[in-house]
Design a protein around this ligand. Structure first.
Ligand code: ADP
Ligand code: MG
Length: 693
């Protein structure tokens, strides 16, 4: 039975004349056909697939299965063993839809019987299944016996046994489109894979032992075993990484053709800066500065990534680089992703600049015309995207610093340098695992501030569920009474800035009446005017407020050492990197700090949300967290969708493919003009200045 089913599953591979491909003229234009040109694909299906980003035959062929069903034993229901992945077949006796605690979740429970026994089968969050499971329906299930009865990972209804077959691909499903439909469309598209040209030169393929692209695609969608699937994936991953590496090499070569001002050795201004700082720089900061000085002395524009966890002291290093421009009679600019952060930087930097006799201005989208004109002439400009808007041209920019660089698209980061060739320092508090760094920033030098200034204690983080939220407030009020200050971060709802602001105001009002009755509570959100926000921040800094209720606008840059507690409400809604950033707002002084993550009830959380919260409690090491995040989400998500190149990686796995990446790097240098070079040029095309307007 099973083997007969296997035959149908893999028929497309074995049918002579369809697969393997007979030699014939390639017609790659067929790959651009819309999906409704495939047999059995209707316009509605096409529309739904479009929402998954699948528009053409090529898209479907390159749609990567998320995983494969592993080989599993088929047993009678009476023989089911707990905790082991098994396959059973039977018919549905009845089906029931049960709501679960919490708003959005449902549970479908069906009784399924064969000749030996009956078992109850539970699906979570697939309410539409209720209509499909009529009594008497034949069903084949693959999954495990667990707490809620049989919990299937996949199932087939009727005699179509493709989803539960051994090594069947499992595609990322979406609510609107059944996994089975995606599989059917892939089936229909596969015969056209014969038209996929292979961009890899034959000699390279031979050297690296790589299959033809079309064979790799077939192997990925219809493997006979897992090894075959993995070999196919690696072939496709290799090509992706190669294109990326060729692109990076092109970018580096371009940069080396432009000239930046050489800034010589540090001089008198830098000497005074060091003396003005209220602390000595850490060895890591000193090391980063030495590396920056090395770059600035040359005329190849610096492209350096300064990596250091939240609170590690990057800003001091950034200002150092900016002052190196100033002491050479030129300008420095610091670009931050949000107004709050730009203002924070400005507040920090302005005082020091004043002391050093260096002129300094803040430029945001709320700056007026006069302010803009004035900013053009100062030594150091701090600002937001406004710095790269048309009509704002610094006369003599020599050093540009981009803070939280992953928040900007590649095109925005390079716009700061457009038409000029300043030295650029990119800063990030999202530590980037090495594979990823090589992948995306292959042409960036990296400096790392591996440890924060010694006086810091790691933040103690705990995770509690809503029902025990009062404990969090008890702890909070105790610390407030001791004279500490606190942040309460409001839930991240998918809504406009305005409704976020309203939600924060309401929460602040509620807390003023309830848990935080005896304290002074301010509310910080993105809808405040710049002046209001500045006023609020300076009152909080001056200890005129005890608590700031805030949206994620406090995520970056807010720096108040006496604020030692943070409560994050509905923390499960936030991403890992974001929670780590938020947590970085506390633990900035010598006092012990606390971060209390309040989540919804455990059974309402996805596995990945639980892993995130768990990881945050276990470590405060941003680097480790970045690896966890990468594992949970993949690279594109980690660095933001706008990060060029990464969103194009479908088959490459950024943690596992280190070896492939090194091989691709080595091969990249020898790639002649041709399809790979074209693909690489297209990958970074958005960097071209004409695309900026
Ligand atoms: P980052 O930008 O990396 O998050 P900051 O540059 O804002 O970190 O520094 C965090 C805090 O640490 C600031 O209050 C800063 O004044 C302080 N700081 C920076 N360097 C040192 C140092 N070497 N010794 C003591 N404190 C420092
Ligand atoms: Mg910072």
């Amino acid at each position: 039975m099973t083997s007969a089913r296997r035959q149908t599953v893999f028929a497309s591979l074995d049918q002579p004349g369809v697969w393997p491909p007979t030699p014939r003229a390639l017609r790659p234009q067929r790959l651009d056909l819309a999906l409704d040109s495939l047999p059995g694909v209707a316009a509605t299906t096409q529309r739904k697939l479009g929402k998954l980003g699948l528009a053409s035959v090529r898209d479907v062929l390159e749609h990567r299965p998320r995983r494969y069903e592993t080989a599993a034993e088929e047993v009678a229901i009476a023989e089911l063993r707990e905790g082991e992945e098994l396959v059973v077949s039977g018919r549905v006796l009845n089906v029931e839809k049960r709501p679960m605690r919490g708003r959005r979740r449902t549970r479908i429970v069906a009784r399924v019987a064969d000749d030996t026994a009956t078992v109850s089968v539970t699906w979570f969050n697939q309410p539409w299944l209720a209509d499909r499971l009529k009594p008497g329906t034949e069903i084949r299930l693959r999954g495990k016996l667990g707490r809620f009865g049989f919990e299937p990972r996949s199932y087939d209804i009727g005699d179509d046994a493709r989803a539960t077959a051994d090594f069947a691909p499992v595609y990322p499903a979406a609510e609107e489109i059944a996994a089975a439909t995606v599989r059917r469309v892939v089936d229909a598209a596969l015969p056209l894979a014969v038209h996929v040209p292979d961009p890899l030169p034959a000699a390279l393929r031979e050297r690296e032992g790589l299959a033809l692209k079309r064979d790799a695609l077939a192997a990925v969608h219809r493997p006979r075993d897992l090894r075959e699937a993995e070999t196919g994936r690696q072939r496709l991953a290799f090509e992706e990484l190669l294109v990326l590496q060729v692109g990076i090499a092109r970018r580096a070569a371009e940069r080396e053709r432009t000239l930046a001002p050489g800034l010589g050795e540090p001089g008198e201004l830098i000497h005074r800066y060091r003396q003005a700082l209220p602390f000595a720089l850490t060895p890591y900061q000193e090391q980063a500065i030495r590396e920056i000085d090395g770059d600035l002395a040359g005329t190849i524009p610096m492209q350096r990534l300064l990596q250091g966890d939240v609170g590690s002291g990057k800003t001091v290093v950034a200002l150092y680089a900016l002052l190196r421009a100033v002491e050479n009679g030129r300008q420095g600019a610091l670009m931050a992703p949000t107004e709050t952060l730009a203002e924070q930087h400005f507040l920090t930097i302005a005082d020091l600049c004043l002391e050093l006799g260096v002129s300094c201005a803040l430029l945001t989208s709320s700056s007026g015309k006069r302010e803009r004109e004035a900013a053009l002439g100062v030594d150091v400009v701090v600002g937001t995207h406004a710095l790269i808007q048309e009509g704002f041209e610094l006369r003599d920019l020599a050093v540009a610093v981009v803070d939280e660089q992953h928040r900007f698209g590649v095109e925005q980061r390079s716009a700061l340098a457009a038409g000029r060739a300043p030295h650029v320092l990119h800063m990030t508090a999202t530590p980037i695992p090495r594979t990823l760094a090589l992948t995306v920033y292959g042409d960036l030098e990296v400096s790392e501030i591996a440890k924060p200034p010694a006086s810091r204690k790691p933040v103690i983080t705990s995770w509690i569920t809503e029902d025990r939220a009062s404990e969090a407030y008890t702890r909070l009020t105790r610390l407030l009474r001791e004279g500490r200050q606190a942040y309460v971060v409001c839930p991240l709802i998918e809504a406009s800035e305005t409704s976020l602001a309203r939600a924060a105001e309401e929460e602040a009002e509620r807390l003023r009446r309830a848990e935080l009755r005896e304290f002074r509570v301010g509310c910080l959100h993105g809808r405040l005017k710049a002046a209001e926000r500045r006023d609020l921040m300076s009152r909080f800094k001056a200890c005129d407020l005890d608590v700031l209720v805030a949206t994620t606008v406090i995520e970056v840059g807010v720096d108040v050492a006496n604020a030692t507690v943070m409560i994050v409400q509905e923390a499960d809604r936030f991403g890992l990197a974001q929670l780590h950033q938020l947590r970085g707002r506390v633990g900035r002084g010598a006092e012990q700090s606390y971060c209390l993550l309040v989540s919804r009830a455990k059974e309402e959380l996805t596995e990945s949300a639980q892993s995130r919260l768990q990881a945050l409690c276990e470590t405060s090491d941003g680097f480790e967290l970045a690896e966890v995040d990468l594992e949970l989400r993949g690279g594109g998500a980690l660095l933001g969708t706008r990060q060029s190149g990464l969103s194009d990686l479908r088959f490459a796995h950024l943690l596992r493919d280190r070896d492939l990446l090194e091989r691709a790097r080595a091969e990249a240098a020898g790639i002649e003009p041709g399809p790979l070079q074209d693909a690489a040029a297209a990958l970074f095309a958005e960097v071209e200045p004409e695309a900026l307007a």
